[in-house]
Design a protein. Structure first.
Length: 390
């Protein structure tokens, strides 16, 4: 049993090339299928590279640059190794290994075959060197970065030893027309394989960029929803208070006026009791639409809580805010949501005072609103502590 205060095990490092899910947006099944498809594509490309290389080696044998026996042993080794890897992928056995891409097996088969050929037939050193460079491009299949660097560090050491031992016998097959054609074909194969890998990774880059753009768009929509009240169509409390803090910073920086209005739908509890929550929601929706149609683009309306709404009016003096909010109060009385009920609202208004917080500003508007409630409701009341009031 694990002690309650025992430290949690470190997170398992993600494989550079593995079937595990790398994003919460992907399901395990989809990721497994995607990995399986790409692994087979890459494996087939390696198989075709070996077939092409073997064909060129047969050409070297035909031209008299290599022994048939050495090339045939090379072919048998590659067939055995690649056959095993094909079986491991097809049967699913590779997924049970720590290295599901079988990078080390791939590299062992390819590198050992080329090194053995280079040692036995130094006359075809040019093709062997190009093959090593082409197979090194498969490094992204490595389970870890260290696996790749250790594998190829050992390979470079082996190549250095072979060059030291067989250097004088190494050559390019360019002394005959057949040898020149074979050398050119070696270069064509190496460039073509590298071009395929570049094209593959460019395609991945484009897909990642498209996925990134979609994710950015989704995050922007989520950010909008976090600050949006779905019922009323205006900002929610989080959105409207964030906007208020931004407006206060702008007003303090530029010395511009700023007003807020706190609007409360009168007798809303009675509406809910009589018509139910659906009826109350209909009133809230209608009031939200009214606010949206009455304010300027620079203003912000938000549902502050329940039946209370907060209106932010940048670059607005108290008397200007009074005119706007009086018009909204009058338009509220014209709303026809339920035929037998008159909708009204009480509004408290305050203007920003230098150095004041948003909460303090709302508190003064709230006090003015409650003063309007105490005076009979359905009116706009100015905070007497705001600038511009007697």
């Amino acid at each position: 049993m694990t002690p309650p205060n025992a430290p949690s095990p470190p997170p398992r490092a993600r494989l550079l090339w593995g079937p595990e899910v790398s994003s919460p947006l992907h399901t395990d099944t989809a990721q497994q299928e995607r990995w399986r498809k790409r692994t087979w594509q890459l494996h087939i490309s390696v198989l075709l590279s070996h077939v092409y290389a073997f064909a060129l080696l047969l050409g070297h044998c035909w031209a008299g640059y290599a022994d048939w026996s050495a090339v045939l042993w090379y072919g048998l080794w590659v067939v055995a190794g690649m056959g095993f890897i094909t079986w491991a992928y097809a049967s699913g056995w590779s997924k049970t290994r720590r290295d599901p891409g079988l990078f080390l097996v791939h590299q062992l088969v390819s590198i050992s075959a080329v090194l053995g050929l280079l040692l036995a037939q130094p006359q075809v050193a040019f093709q062997a060197m190009v093959m090593l460079l082409a197979f090194s491009a498969d490094g992204f299949l490595a389970r870890r970065r260290t696996s790749f660097w250790m594998t190829w560090s050992g390979t470079l050491v082996a190549v250095a030893v072979i060059i030291y031992l067989k250097g004088p016998q190494m050559r390019m097959t360019t002394d005959t027309l057949a040898g020149q054609l074979l050398a050119f074909a070696v270069m064509v194969g190496g460039v073509f394989r590298c071009s395929l890998l570049v094209t593959y990774f460019r395609g991945m880059q484009y897909r990642l960029r498209a996925a990134h753009d979609k994710l950015a768009e989704a995050l922007a929509q989520i950010e909008e929803l976090v600050r949006f009240d779905e019922l009323t169509g205006v900002a929610n409390r989080k959105g409207v208070t964030e906007r208020l803090h931004q407006c206060i910073e702008a007003a303090a920086r530029h010395g511009r006026p700023l007003c807020v209005g706190l609007l409360d739908i009168d007798h809303f509890k009675q509406i809910n009791d009589r018509y139910g929550h659906d009826g109350g929601d209909a009133v809230l929706r209608a009031f939200g639409r009214l606010l949206f149609t009455q304010i300027r683009a620079s203003d912000c309306a938000g549902r502050y809580g329940g039946e209370e709404f907060l209106l932010i009016l940048p670059d607005t003096e108290l008397h200007q805010a009074q005119v706007l909010l009086e018009r909204i109060r009058q338009q509220t009385a014209l709303l026809q949501v339920h035929a037998d009920i008159q909708i009204s609202c009480t509004v408290g208004v305050s203007q920003y005072r230098p150095g004041e917080s948003g909460e303090a500003m709302i508190s003064r508007a709230d006090a003015a609103m409650y003063a309007g409630k105490a005076s009979g409701r359905n009116r706009v009341v100015l905070d007497r502590g705001s600038p511009g009031t007697a």
